[in-house]
Every structure is written in structure tokens, then in C-alpha cells.
Design a protein around this ligand. Structure first.
Ligand code: ZN
Ligand code: ZN
Length: 383
């Protein structure tokens, strides 16, 4: 079928919305009508070529929600008409990592997905001239329709508006997972969050749900610090202000935090995360650093039981967590609306990427099908 999609032809060139060909789903795949999609900082890394070679030409977008249009042979967990959120690690459930309870590290996804291919190593997308297009982060949801592996379409409760559900499959799973599955934050433990964009705000929300106190948000953009307060930060630190963030965290905690979450992906802030934890504390790197970037810490401090660790996609099982998080949103315990600072149509993708490059706002949600998205301001797109 002929669809409109946001195509990255080459890093450094603007992403263009153009007509592409989408083949029907094969066995074990699902065709989804995309309704809404979140624009994430990883899309910027992807569009700017910072994830290394082998990611273009392709269709971007890995966070979104839609409605199942058609299912391939053998797919039974969803049916046409079902609302779904995208999961960009459609675990195979049979590799060594999946069997060990680490589906976020699925080796089949790592093998083919890194090349932007579906689970059988092939693509359903091509340009009208026949050039194969990659499925950006295995999802390619900045498009009117997409074909994903069955595990890439996770069923949702019908009551949750799709413009909100669109955020579940990356920012929310990643942010809350870092708190719940990696740090396992307990009530009363102290947390610092470095970087308060779309994912950082979800780390803060997760820390609040876990009963962390204090929750110290650090950013250099005042608008993001006020969003951080709305999401549950007890203290905010302006990294561009007079007091160094390190000093501010020491002043607030009197000795450092139990957990610091780095949600930017820069060596300086990874080092800051290390510096602000107390002896025995953990610095957790959530941010996606460009390919080739190195980070370092003073090694003698490993003697104080400090640890530095990574996480990918919440380090849990998104297929079970996405419906659970949708339930928390419906119960009013998790707010999915305030992180959305901009809404636009599919054609607004390059402008949304530019806002992220400038550090402006938190999440843009592209309302690909404004009628189905259920956004109250859909009539005022481009706001
Ligand atoms: Zn993302
Ligand atoms: Zn697997």
C-alpha cells in the first residue's frame, strides 16, 4: 500500500514526509494504523547519524499508538480494531536472554533490529523507486501505517486516549522501569534526576510512585524544572544557576543521594551522576549517548561501594508493563498529559526534532490521525 511516512534519507538532511510503499504483514506480524506518535530524543540521535552507520535510509519513529488494521498468520493476541501501543523490542521469547527473563536484551531483536529490519531480517518498506527502507528502531511509526512484529503491538485498554497511550512504549516504560526494575527505589530513599525531558520526567514520576524523598530534579531549562515539580520533584536545581548542581545536592541531602539517574547521555552528566551519589549509592545511565562517546569516573571511589550501571528500555518486560502502566494512567496515578508540551501533525516531525535539538519543551506528540487520537486540542494543531 502507498502511505505517507517520515523518511530519513541521510543524516544531516531534514527528515521529509513522503509517499512510500508498505508491504502487507507476513506471518507473525501486524499492520497498524498509526494514530499518535511521540518524538523522542533518540529520534534526534537517529536522524543526526549519532547511532553509527547502517540506520538509513529509513522511516523514523519508535514511540506511538494506533489501531490494528490486519494481522498476519499466527497472530492471536490482537485482532483488527484493537488499540495497541508500540513496543520497539518485540522479544522473540526463545533466545538465551528472553529465557533468562531479560526480553529487553533479546538477541534476535539485537541482530536484525540494529539493521532496521523485522524479526526475519527483511523490510516491508521501500521508496517508490524500489530502494529498501529501514524500519527505524523496528517500529517506523512516524507514518500513516506500519508493519511491526507481533510483539511490537501491545494491546491497550480502550478507555485510554491514544495520544496519551502513544507515550507508553518508550518514555514511560524506560523512565519508570529504571526506577522500578533497576534501582528498585524504596520509600524514603533519595533520588536525583539529571535531565528533565520526556524520559526524565517519567523517571521523576516513577520516583514519586515509589515514595522516594527527596526527589531532586536538575536541568538548565526553567520550563522543564517547573514540569519536574508537577511530576513530583521535591527540589529543583537550575544547572545554569549560581550554585553548582553537586553543591546543591550535597546541601539538600547532606551527603549525596541513594540513586542518581542520568537521562541525557553526555559524559559530563554521567560524571555528575557519579559525583552526587553517596557511598553505597548507584548512578544509573538512562540517557542514550552518541556512538563512540566515552565516560569516566575516579576509580578509587569504587572502594566506597558506589556503582555505575546502565539500563535499556526499562530493563523489564515491556509487553507486561505497558498494559500495567496504562492501567496506572487510567487510575489517575500516572499523568501522561503534562509531559506533552506540543502537538502537531505528521508533517511537524522535523520541527519537533529541532525543538529537541534546542532543548525546548518536553514531548511533542504527532497526531497522525487527529480524529482517533482523542486530543482535546487537536483542532489547534501546531500549538
Ligand atoms: Zn525513545
Ligand atoms: Zn529473544
Amino acid at each position: 500500500m502507498r502511505i505517507r511516512a517520515a523518511v530519513l534519507r541521510h543524516p544531516g538532511r531534514p527528515v521529509t514526509v513522503e509517499e512510500v510503499e508498505l508491504d502487507p504483514p507476513k506471518a507473525g506480524e501486524v499492520l497498524v494504523r498509526v494514530v499518535a506518535a511521540g518524538v523522542c530524543h533518540s529520534d534526534v540521535r537517529y536522524a543526526d547519524g549519532e547511532l553509527g552507520p547502517g540506520h538509513w535510509p529509513g522511516v523514523l519513529g519508535h514511540e506511538g499508538a494506533g489501531v490494528v488494521e490486519e494481522v498476519g498468520e499466527g497472530v492471536t493476541h490482537v485482532a483488527p480494531g484493537d488499540p495497541v501501543a508500540f513496543c520497539f523490542v518485540p522479544a522473540c521469547r526463545s533466545c538465551r536472554y528472553c529465557l533468562a527473563g531479560k526480553p529487553n536484551l533479546c538477541s534476535v531483536v539485537a541482530e536484525h533490529g540494529a539493521q532496521g529490519m523485522l524479526m526475519d531480517g527483511t523490510s516491508r518498506l521501500r521508496l517508490p523507486d524500489g530502494t529498501t527502507l529501514r524500519h527505524g528502531l523496528r517500529t517506523a511509526c512516524f507514518a500513516e501505517y506500519t508493519v511491526v512484529a507481533a510483539g511490537g503491538a501491545v494491546p491497550l485498554p480502550r478507555e485510554l486516549p491514544l495520544w496519551q497511550a502513544a507515550l507508553l512504549g518508550c518514555g514511560v516504560v524506560t523512565g519508570l522501569g529504571a526506577v522500578r526494575n533497576v534501582a528498585r527505589v524504596q520509600p524514603g530513599e533519595s533520588v536525583a534526576v539529571l535531565g528533565c525531558g520526556g524520559v526524565g520526567l517519567q523517571v521523576i514520576a516513577g520516583a514519586r510512585l515509589a515514595g522516594a524523598d527527596p526527589i531532586i530534579a536538575v536541568d538548565r531549562v526553567p520550563e522543564k524544572l517547573s514540569l519536574a515539580r508537577e511530576h513530583g520533584a521535591t527540589h529543583v536545581v537550575d544547572a545554569a544557576g549560581e550554585e553548582a548542581p553537586m553543591d546543591a545536592v550535597q546541601r539538600i541531602t547532606g551527603g549525596g543521594v541513594d540513586f542518581a539517574f542520568e537521562v541525557i547521555g553526555r559524559p559530563e552528566t554521567i560524571r555528575l551522576a557519579w559525583d552526587v551519589i553517596r557511598p553505597g549509592g548507584s548512578a544509573i545511565v538512562v540517557g542514550l549517548a552518541p556512538d563512540g562517546v566515552e565516560a569516566s569516573v575516579p576509580a578509587i571511589e569504587f572502594l566506597s561501594d558506589k556503582s555505575l550501571r546502565g539500563t535499556y528500555y526499562g530493563s523489564g518486560d515491556p509487553a507486561t508493563e505497558i498494559p500495567e502502566l496504562a492501567g496506572l494512567a487510567l487510575a489517575g496515578e500516572l499523568d501522561l498529559t503534562r509531559v506533552v508540551t506540543h502537538v502537531d501533525g505528521l508533517d511537524g516531525v522535523e520541527a519537533a526534532l529541532d525543538r529537541l535539538r534546542r532543548g525546548e519543551g518536553a514531548r511533542t506528540v504527532l497526531l497522525v490521525d487527529a480524529d482517533l487520537a482523542g486530543h482535546p486540542g487537536a483542532a489547534h494543531r501546531g500549538s
